[in-house]
Design a binder for this molecule. Structure first.
Ligand code: UT7
Length: 359
């Protein structure tokens, strides 16, 4: 019987910088207060990097590889989801490759802002499931502290720096037992849809949903540091610009839709999900999603109080915390869901499997 493959997460890791900026620190820099920030966002503190995105990404990657029990030469593929690489080139993924000794791996970055890890995870899973590669490192890493105007209270209070990583491996098995097919944004829910998995019993990543809308790109922008003065004269500040209320409305609508989509594809109900691992942008957004899904907040872990919005890093940092706290068991169904600039958004079902990476 021919072998069929399914990519699984076999290890996780994360890294946040030591330097902490509290809400009180910010209130000395801009006209804001600890009370306003906590009430409107849930954020109490954030971390700021002194070394940059690649360094954070490499540190998270090494922890994930240690957790998975693999060495760099076992990696076939490295994808880093980031929109704040230290260089336009080389890619952050190539810098990570050098740092972790993954000489055989093919490496590239994926730009999807705060959806970066989710899109990278799905991309790597498709490569692994196709049989092209066996072992992948997926990293979400961002230093949004570099892009915000620290005089703009509407954005600088929200963001922090960090990195999270996962090691994926394709397991081979008897045909029909582990096949997990992938969804796409055009894929309506239904048992015969292209994204419907034939079995979720043995773990894996998927089905997934990914959406993009370039027509609303102006809601959240940040010009490229080295090019900003040449091409973006209409945005003279050169910093991140955000329409917070529109992004908020976009998030509370699209995240439940994306989650509903993948649950329908998987044939699962919200009650079947152990944890909804959402992008950590604003606790009010998370609470709104929980309410729309008619699920208790206990199923929506939160760490944005400590780290703020770490963009592409927020989902893998949270996933690593759940793993290291021993909160995940074989067969647990998780939903990962994120949204961000682009606009981009999406959701993935992850069926956890105890492995070398389990604590
Ligand atoms: O990864 C995706 C990244 N982006 C997001 O997730 C953003 C989503 N949006 C949000 O999280 C919220 O819209 C914010 C937290 C950004 C803002 O909260 P809000 O409840 O939408 O506030 P608002 O923009 O409606 O502003 C309310 C008031 C305004 O004052 P007036 O006009 O009512 O007098 C603002 O000027 O709060 C003022 N304000 C602040 N006050 C103190 C805005 N920022 C601050 C601040 N401190 N930091």
């Amino acid at each position: 019987m021919a072998d069929i493959m399914a990519a699984k997460i076999i290890g996780t890791g994360s890294y946040v910088p030591d330097q902490v900026i509290t809400n009180d620190d910010l209130s000395e820099m801009v006209d804001t207060s600890d009370a306003w920030i906590r009430e409107r966002t849930g954020i109490r503190a954030r971390r700021i990097t002194e070394t940059g995105t690649a360094d954070m990404a490499a540190r998270a990657a090494l922890k994930a590889m240690e957790n998975a029990g693999i060495s760099g030469d076992e990696l076939d593929l490295i994808i880093v989801g980031t929109s704040t690489g230290d260089w336009l080139f080389p890619s952050t993924a190539c810098e990570v490759q050098a740092a972790v000794g993954a000489g055989r791996a093919v490496c590239f970055d994926l730009s999807a802002a705060c959806s970066g890890f989710l899109f990278s995870l799905n991309t790597a899973a498709v490569y692994l499931d196709s049989g092209a590669y066996r072992t992948a490192l997926v990293v979400g890493a961002d230093s949004l502290s570099k892009t915000v105007d620290w005089k703009d209270r509407s954005t600088c209070i929200l963001f922090g720096d960090g990195a999270g990583a996962a090691v994926l491996r394709r397991e081979e098995s008897a045909a029909g037992t582990e096949k997990t097919r992938r969804g796409n944004s055009e894929d309506p829910a239904g048992p015969d849809s292209p994204g419907a998995p034939e079995s979720l019993e043995s773990g894996g990543i998927g089905p997934f949903f990914m959406g993009s809308d370039g027509n609303r790109s102006e809601y959240l922008t940040s010009p490229s540091t080295s090019l900003r003065n040449m091409f973006v004269e209409e945005k003279p500040t050169g910093y991140m610009a955000m329409n917070g209320q529109e992004v908020f409305k976009f998030a509370v609508k699209t995240v439940p839709e994306a989650i509903g989509h993948v649950l329908a594809q998987a044939g699962l109900a919200p009650d079947d999900i152990k944890y909804f691992v959402l992008h950590q942008a604003n606790e009010r957004i998370i609470a709104s999603v929980a309410k729309r899904m008619k699920q208790p907040m206990e199923k929506f872990p939160v760490n944005l109080d400590r780290y703020g919005n770490t963009s592409g890093a927020s989902i893998p940092i949270l996933l690593d915390e759940l793993n290291r706290k021993g909160m995940l068991r074989t067969g647990d169904r998780l939903v990962l869901s994120g949204f961000g600039a682009g606009l981009t958004w999406g959701a993935s079902v992850v069926t956890w499997q105890a492995s070398a990476g389990s604590i």
